[in-house]
Ligand binder design. Structure first.
Ligand code: GLP
Length: 245
């Protein structure tokens, strides 16, 4: 894994921006795997500025999001579809029919997962953007999700619901289930860029980078991928052996 240690969250976003800018310059028809949560927000702001400054364009880009809460449609303010619309899609020149997010309100969730997998199989993601949960989850692949998994319905761990409660008024409002790309979908990306900010991520980052490759830490499977770049701040990197003083 290539590890880029940054001074702060803004620096993380700028480093990630350079990778995405290079990708879109090299291949305007890129397929991007996108993430939600707090980690990518500053990167999305940089990408919006990049489009406004005419440094890059999303005109020919296609996107696949990692996950969506079950029971929420795109108008729900806490849905990941709404997040993507307000944090990125509304502000760049992307064609909305080129964007893909699992439908959280689908009547038949198993069918929705199957259709999402089929759509993913028709494309080849150039860069998959990831965050990491404090328990090591990637996408919504919680600890002990089989490494062979593809898009599936997930029962969220209580720790994940508590972490994500910051986006809701109460813990009770946080959904109990989500649809998530599986580990195999993520590993198929040509390149993976993972962002992590803050002390809360330090244990997960250490387990992912230095721990055994084990389903107890879903992120540890990234050790097997040939092109992974971690862009992390000093706090998230603080438990890594190479940075310990
Ligand atoms: C959420 C999302 C993940 C995200 C992770 C970290 O549960 N499903 O895709 O990477 O948690 O979120 P944050 O960036 O807010 O710390």
């Amino acid at each position: 894994m290539n590890i880029i240690r940054c001074l702060n969250a803004h620096d993380v976003a700028l480093k990630a921006y350079e990778i995405f800018k290079h990708q879109l310059h090299t291949k305007p028809h890129s397929v991007l795997g996108l993430a939600t949560g707090s980690s990518p927000i500053l990167l999305y702001q940089e990408l919006i500025l990049g489009v406004q400054n005419k440094e890059l364009s999303f005109k020919d880009v296609s996107t696949f999001n990692l996950d969506e809460y079950v029971g929420m449609d795109s108008t729900h303010p806490q849905s990941y579809a709404y997040f993507m619309k307000t944090q990125l899609f509304d502000h760049v020149d992307i064609q909305l029919h080129h964007t893909h997010i699992p439908h959280g309100l689908a009547h038949d969730l198993d069918l929705e997962c199957k259709l999402y997998n089929e759509a993913l199989d028709q494309y080849h993601v150039d860069i998959q953007l990831l965050g990491i949960g404090s328990n090591g989850h990637i996408g919504f692949n919680e600890p002990f999700t089989p490494f062979e998994s593809v898009t599936h319905v997930v029962k969220l761990k209580e720790s994940t619901r508590q972490d994500n409660a910051i986006f809701f008024n109460t813990l009770e409002e946080v959904p109990t289930h989500a649809i998530s790309m599986g580990i195999q979908n993520i590993l198929k990306a040509k390149k993976i860029v993972l962002l992590a900010i803050g002390k809360k991520k330090a244990h997960a980052i250490k387990a992912m980078v230095e721990g055994p490759i084990h389903e107890s830490c879903p992120g540890s499977i990234l050790q097997t991928h040939p092109d992974v770049t971690l862009i992390i701040d000093e706090e998230a990197a603080s438990l890594l052996s190479q940075y310990k003083s």
